[in-house]
Design a protein. Sequence first.
Length: 161
Amino acid sequence: MAHFKFATSQARSIHQYKNLKIKVLKCNADIFFNRQCLTEKIIPNYANLNVPITSPASHITKNKIQTTRLKDEIKFLYKKKEKQNKELYHAHIKVDQEWGNLWYLILDSVHEYINTEMHSKYKNINQKLKNLEVTQTPSHDQHRSFHPHVVNQTNATFTPR
């Protein structure tokens, strides 16, 4: 792809479009992260509460509050995304009117840049999810044996009643 260099006054609308597009895609990535946390039943650090758990009821309440916090964050991000999409739409129309047919060549270059940036963002999100999953999933490797197994070593046979 061709890389374009413009004067600052020429590139203002292009940079506005690029920055808005990045904001929308990052908002999408945040929504993805939060939805993955909900499905995997993982609590991200920003939603984690440090409340003393004195009873089973307080533990249940803490879990409900954390999931409610996640759901509220997702709702907020969807509202934010809707607003940013409107701004992006208007910026796209403005740039298209300014640059005409040349805009689609510029757009390819902008999308190439955005794709590389978003690739690193999603790589970071997946790493976060893995780390949270490792820290929050209890290990089931512990085998507790309270009593030794009873083994029948007699030759007696039992008859049904």
